[in-house]
Design a protein around this ligand. Structure first.
Ligand code: EPZ
Length: 430
């Protein structure tokens, strides 16, 4: 099993290039199969979840060509089954996007119930409510969602809770429904807009993505196009917070600063200096870090996917901070691990009370999920001594060449797979 071994204490400095947004890409791959022509997708992140999703569409007959690691060509013409189920697809959450795509295109789908990071109960009731409202008969049997419709009829759907997944999924199915669908209380995340933009480029008629009311006029068919995925705001935020925690100075390139507003605002609050450019942000963390209060919210609020990284920064900030997690109930699993590194954090219900300590000390910890794992790596880079992060499988689901990018910023980090390699690393850096 691979691990990261990290010698902390070096401020990160330099430049880092951000890749395409994983959570947009997952939906975009599903949407691409809705045409019977080739959809070319660029700026594809080369991470595990994406590769699982590509395998899944290949399994059902889509043609998938990868001219290079960041480009994929997908043609859905030869899809020969609407049954998507294998041991890999069961592990990723975004398998649910194949429901929306296949229901839209073929009026039926049979997809394994989604897995994903264990960050709390992750129901899909809102997705199913939306499909049913469009006229789909939906059943759950043998660990699969089984959906079939005679016709998809446009309708009015109110989402009881703001959900990125449900918004995108309903939007995909409704793109090929008869008549007009209105989604109210829709998610406004940048990747909702990205998927809508792709579908529109394919011939769909979707208006209002990025606001809380999305209007979709169903069309008969979708066509080929070329599309470039937006950059990953969470990957960007992770490097920004790594710069803050290590008192570094990092230029994070190829980003959309507007998408980073909440992430950036909190860094300024804790005492970092931020410089914004057209497609880059620079974080300068020379000053001591200060405490603050954070609540996770749907976009444009502070993203739950940045919450663990924020916890790591606040763990070594002066004073007492709080983080309220309002999206997922089980997203504080990194706290026990961070406390092993000397943090002083208590969790009461959905609030973490963080008493800042002077510094972390290296320890052996394990990544409980994707973002929590990335946060523990940041803690390791800021800590005194050696940190070993186990279960980095989770981190590789969503971060491309994580250790290489951190090492290019001066971080002393290496991916290893044995005790011997850990010893070698220790000798090398001593
Ligand atoms: C997406 O998950 C992301 N995953 C998550 O990314 C991200 O944390 C989350 O959005 C919030 O931004 C993907 O895009 C694959 P939601 P999703 O539906 O779509 C409740 C990462 O680290 N809900 O917006 O599953 C739900 O329990 C991750 O990259 C229902 O109650 O999130 C949660 O409380 C992990 N019923 C809230 O809504 C439903 O049917 C928001 O969830 C659906 C959701």
């Amino acid at each position: 099993m691979d691990q990261y071994v990290i010698k902390g204490g070096t401020p990160l400095t330099g430049e880092v290039e951000i890749g395409g947004a994983k959570n947009a890409a997952l939906a975009i791959i599903a949407a691409a199969v809705m045409a019977d022509e080739t959809v070319t997708i660029e700026n594809l992140p080369d991470v595990r979840d994406i590769n699982v999703m590509l395998k899944a569409i290949e399994h059902i007959g889509a043609i998938v060509e990868r001219p290079d690691r960041h480009t994929v060509r997908i043609n859905g013409k030869y899809i020969n089954t609407v049954n998507v189920d294998d041991e890999y697809i069961r592990k990723i959450r975004a398998s649910y996007y194949l429901l929306g795509a296949l229901i839209g295109k073929y009026k039926e789908a049979q997809v394994a119930l989604p897995g994903g990071c264990a960050i709390g109960a992750r129901p899909i009731d809102l997705h199913l409510k939306g499909f049913r409202a469009l006229g789909v008969q939906v059943d759950i049997a043998h660990g699969q969602v089984i959906a079939k419709a005679e016709h998809l009829k446009g309708t009015h759907i109110y989402l009881d809770k703001v959900s990125v997944g449900a918004t995108i999924n309903i939007m995909m199915a409704a793109a090929l429904a008869e008549g007009r669908t209105i989604i109210e209380n829709a998610a406004k995340e940048p990747h909702v807009v990205d998927v809508a933009n792709l579908l529109n480029r394919m011939g769909a008629s979707i208006r209002g993505a990025g606001t809380d009311v999305i209007r979709i006029q169903g069309v008969q068919k979708l066509y080929k196009t070329d599309y470039t995925i937006i950059s990953d705001q969470i990957e960007a935020g992770t490097y920004m917070y790594a710069a803050a925690a290590t008192h570094g100075d990092v230029l994070v390139k190829n980003v959309i600063p507007k998408h980073l507003e909440a992430t950036s605002a909190k860094l300024i609050e804790v005492g970092c200096e931020l410089k914004e450019y057209d497609d880059a942000v620079r974080v300068i963390a020379k000053n001591p870090l200060r405490h603050t209060q954070v609540t996770t919210l749907a976009y444009p609020g502070f993203p739950t996917d940045m919450q663990p990284q924020m916890g790591v920064v606040l763990g070594i900030a002066h004073g007492t901070s709080t983080i309220t997690e309002s999206i997922f109930e089980n997203r504080f699993k990194y706290v026990d691990e961070l406390n092993k590194m000397g943090a002083n954090i208590k969790v009461e219900s959905n609030i973490a009370i963080i008493n800042g300590v002077e510094k972390y000390s290296g320890a052996r910890v394990s990544a409980p999920d994707l973002r929590a794992g990335a946060a523990l790596v940041i803690a390791g880079l800021a800590a005194e001594g050696i940190t070993i992060v186990d279960d980095i499988y989770y981190i590789e689901r969503g971060y491309e060449r994580f250790e290489e990018k951190l090492a290019s910023l001066g971080g002393l980090i290496k991916k290893v797979s044995s005790e011997k390699e850990i010893q070698k690393f220790k000798l090398m850096i001593s």
